[in-house]
Design a protein around this ligand. Structure first.
Ligand code: 5GP
Length: 125
């Protein structure tokens, strides 16, 4: 499988420190920061530090350490924001857009964490 990762994408630039970000949390292999155009009162993006285009790219080629770190980083943000239903929080939605059908705009894997209001149905219609 060929994954055509663009090293000039905006999240690669954030990871290289070329443009600023509003960091929520950083781990060895992952970075979480606030979305620049929030779609809800809470809108955090979690990205792996490695050069992965999509979820399928990450799942295919990331190390076990990266996979575990990424999953735990997402949960660490949920814990930090106190939005986990299991801990009395209001809940959240995780979204990972991939490719054309998913309308992925930034070609570096990212998980959206949305909360802070009732988010409506998952898809319109
Ligand atoms: P996608 O449509 O690819 O799933 O989502 C990309 C997200 O990245 C959008 O929610 C958009 O607002 C966010 N975004 C795009 N450029 C930047 C940026 O320079 N900084 C931050 N923090 N978020 C960005």
């Amino acid at each position: 499988m060929a994954y055509d990762y663009d090293t000039q994408n905006i999240f690669a630039k954030i990871l290289r420190g070329e443009i600023p970000n509003d960091t929520v949390l950083e781990t060895e292999h992952s970075l979480a920061f606030n979305d620049i155009q929030p779609q809800a009162p809470v809108h955090v993006l979690v990205i792996p530090k490695g050069a992965y285009l999509t979820w399928d790219h990450f799942a295919a080629e990331a190390s076990d350490a990266e996979l575990a770190d990424y999953s735990r980083a997402i949960q660490a943000v949920i814990d930090k924001l106190a939005i986990a239903p299991g801990a009395g929080g209001e809940g959240y939605r995780l979204i990972v857009n991939g490719g054309k059908a998913g309308i992925q705009e930034v070609p570096h894997l990212h998980t959206h964490i949305l909360s802070g209001k009732v988010l409506g149905r998952m898809l319109p219609g």
